[in-house]
Design a protein around this ligand. Structure first.
Ligand SMILES: [Mn+2]
Length: 134
């Protein structure tokens, strides 16, 4: 059985409250349910106040097979904003509008570029996780 959760947009407290309400329990760093899994429907990030915390919740669930995930347009944009275009710019232009949309995410990674890069790499691959058909 699956629980479908979309558009978390950095609201980690609400996500944790929802998981608990659905019967998921923390097992180390990972929320699990004995008979259910989550399918995250995209837009984990942008806007909300705790975007890194959302990823700290979702990623262990994904990597342990407790959740599946598909990419949202906000993850797609995050990848493009990060990725150089080979001509001195980026695949998503770093103009005022695009930067403003993404600012809350960027602020949370400002002190740790390596974790930003690692997060982007995960966004690029997470829909293809080996647990997809498990
Ligand atoms: Mn959305």
């Amino acid at each position: 059985m699956y629980d479908l959760i979309g558009d978390i947009h950095g609201h980690a407290a609400e996500l944790e409250a929802l998981l608990v309400k659905l019967g998921y329990q923390l097992d180390g760093p990972c929320y699990r349910h004995e008979s259910r899994r989550v399918i995250f429907l995209g837009d984990l990030v942008d806007r909300g106040p705790q975007q890194r915390r959302v990823l700290e919740i979702v990623r262990p669930m994904f990597e342990s097979g407790s959740a599946l995930a598909v990419m949202g347009n906000h993850e797609f944009n995050a990848i493009a904003y990060f990725t150089a275009d080979g001509e001195g710019g980026h695949l998503r232009a770093r103009n005022d509008k695009n930067t403003r949309q993404h600012q809350a995410f960027l602020d949370e990674f400002a002190d740790d570029q390596a974790i930003w890069a690692d997060t982007i790499e995960w966004f690029k691959n997470y829909r293809y996780g080996s647990n997809w058909m498990a």
